[in-house]
Design a protein around this ligand. Structure first.
Ligand code: HEC
Length: 391
């Protein structure tokens, strides 16, 4: 009779809300746990009659709401204040009031989506997408004008005869057995479905194309694309020198940047002191920049072996007592301003920190040429520690 199908439960219909309230109360009192009540509209007091606990879904909403708020605040703080700090309109890097709308929106978005997904995934038990009650006579009735209760076979104390008896004693009508649907495989590549997909693809592409390229450009819409404006690298019809890109006003200095006081001043006795310590990172940078910009004329070790002999005046050795005696600030001045019109300025090729790093590196080269006795003991210490004391 049941064709080997699995029984989902036994359902009964009632005519009035009072009957269903009484039925729910009785079924619950009889100790059934896996049962449900279906009505065409919400019935007052039904959750009390069924002794339903309040839904846990609210916790999901709460958690993901908080998660969304803290995530987006962290995200905005990280991108705008830490990773890529930009001054916008002179505001602080992390202007909280300006972030309130985004935080609000993201909180709501997160809460809503997570609630929705949790509801259909957890409560509806995805991928279980065809409920046995679907397409049943019972469902047809309870979505129209009847009130129904269904006791599921999963219930620990389910006994078909007893359930039948109970429902009948309550005055239930149309008592019917409901079975799980046979698992029907959904063929993705059946011709009808492929044609359907193709039609959908065509409709969406055409409507998107027409909307974005035609409809939105009809008057009265006017887009920034068509405004009069300066485009970088284009000829200007407005400025006398025909250049769209304007240079900053003379004397403009970048934020947080204090200009070098002795730019263009070669004969000074006042010098800056080196702000960088010779750490490994600084020395690595100094080495890289020295090899790139200084070694062509001063040699790889600053020993004065120019590779550009015949093209440029060879740079003198940097190991002379003279250069060793220079203060860091003086060498900085030489790199920035050049020397005697013979050594060119390297102010454009190197940043300030790179210059100071180069100087630290030059000091290392000098020290390597003129070691102190303590350096040797330091080296043998290092060798001993790394276990290769060969001499
Ligand atoms: C195009 C070749 C060239 C390059 C590149 C070059 N220099 Fe020089 N440098 C010279 C010459 C030539 C002199 C000698 C200038 C003079 O006669 O006063 C010099 C002089 C110097 C002096 C002074 C030496 C002294 O005894 O007066 C220092 C210090 C120095 N350079 C450092 C550097 C550093 C650091 C760099 C890399 C940023 C660099 N130079 C790149 C050619 C160069």
């Amino acid at each position: 009779m049941n064709d080997g199908k699995k029984l989902f439960g036994v359902a009964a219909l009632f005519d009035t809300p009072d009957e269903i309230l009484k039925a729910a109360k009785t079924v619950n009192n009889a100790g059934y746990k896996n049962y449900d009540v279906n009505t065409p509209y919400p019935i007052h007091g039904i959750d009390k009659a069924m002794k339903l606990k309040s839904s846990k879904l609210g916790y999901v909403t709460l958690f993901f709401g908080f998660f969304g708020a803290s995530f987006i605040l962290f995200f905005m703080w990280w991108t705008l204040a830490v990773n890529y700090p930009l001054v916008i309109g002179g505001k602080p890097y992390f202007p909280l009031p300006a972030f309130v709308p985004i935080t609000f929106e993201f909180t709501v978005l997160n809460a809503v989506l997570s609630t929705f997904i949790a509801m259909i995934a957890v409560v509806f038990n995805l991928p279980f997408n065809s409920h046995p009650l679907h397409d049943s006579n019972y469902m047809r009735n309870v979505t129209s004008d009847k009130y129904g209760v269904v006791i599921e076979s999963e219930d620990p104390q389910f006994d078909e005869n007893k359930v039948n008896e109970l429902l009948r004693s309550l005055g239930g009508k149309n008592i019917e057995r409901i079975f799980y649907p046979e698992q029907k495989e959904f063929k993705v590549f059946q011709p009808r479905f492929v044609v359907f997909l193709i039609i959908i693809a065509i409709i969406t592409s055409v409507s998107t194309y027409v909307t974005l390229n035609k409809l939105m450009y009809l008057p009265p819409f006017s887009f920034m694309e068509h405004q009069n404006k300066g485009i970088a690298q284009y000829e200007s019809t407005f400025f006398y020198d025909k250049r769209e890109m304007r240079e900053p006003v003379k004397g403009t200095i970048a934020r947080g940047f204090i200009p070098y006081a002795f730019t263009g001043v070669t004969d000074t006795n006042e010098f800056y002191s080196n702000p960088l310590l010779p750490t490994q990172k600084v020395l690595k940078l100094g080495q890289e920049k020295f090899l790139t910009y200084c070694s062509p004329c001063h040699g790889n070790y600053g020993e004065g072996k120019s590779r550009l002999r015949g093209f440029f005046p060879p740079g003198p050795t940097l190991h002379s007592a003279r250069v060793i005696g220079f203060s860091d600030g003086k060498i900085y001045n030489i790199i920035t301003n050049g020397q005697n019109g013979i050594m060119p300025s390297y102010a454009y090729q190197t940043t300030r920190d790179e210059r100071w790093a180069i100087i630290n590196y030059i000091r290392v080269l000098q020290r390597a040429q003129n070691p102190k006795p303590s350096d040797f003991s330091a080296i043998s210490e290092i060798n001993k520690e790394s276990g290769n004391a060969s001499n």
